[in-house]
Design a binder for this molecule. Structure first.
Ligand code: ATP
Length: 149
């Protein structure tokens, strides 16, 4: 499947994005499904309230920078990021199938079969090996799924 091109062409003006529903909430951010109007592409936008996380601005800057620089098919990268008033918007490819946890909860109440777990873990491990080779340690691994057409 084609991946959204990194950075190139992704506008850094919030007016160029149409926000739809909230798809998730983290400790310091809310994630929305959105349309990047000029590219006619659905994206996920992580909106961080910089006033609420002012104590860890360096950590946020590092995370976004790392997300923009890393390049591995199994890692979600940032297409671009920009400030919008007191918020930081991080634009990412939209993972339409949701998280592995969500898929288990909604469709596999008894959990995934062993072969599926092994395949998922293999893909996660490949991403972690890549991260380690770049000098990073991931401290909060979550699995998000793309929809394959
Ligand atoms: N690119 C994406 N596409 C679709 N859904 C996403 C995407 N990124 C995040 N989400 C959804 O939003 C939720 C929160 O995302 P976030 O990155 O803030 O996760 P978190 O790791 O739980 O938060 P924190 O970094 O604060 O610990 C995720 O659990 C997921 O359901």
């Amino acid at each position: 499947m084609e991946r959204a091109p990194r950075n190139r062409g992704f506008p850094t003006d919030p007016k160029e994005y149409k926000l739809y529903e909230e798809v998730g909430e983290g400790v310091s951010a809310t994630v929305y499904r959105a349309l990047c109007v000029p590219l006619n592409t659905f994206v996920a936008i992580k909106v961080l309230d910089l006033e609420k996380c002012s104590s860890d601005l360096d950590g946020i800057r590092r995370e976004v920078q790392t997300m923009s620089l890393l390049d591995h098919p199994n890692l979600l990268r940032a297409c671009c990021s920009f400030a919008n008033d007191h918020q930081l918007w991080v634009v990412m490819p939209f993972m339409a199938a949701g998280s592995a946890l969500h898929i288990i909860k909604t469709n596999f109440p008894d959990g995934f079969e062993e072969a599926v777990i092994a395949t998922l873990l293999w893909e996660v491990l490949k991403a972690l090996v890549y991260l380690h080779s770049q000098g990073h340690i991931h401290r909060d691994v979550k699995i998000q799924m793309e929809l394959l057409s």
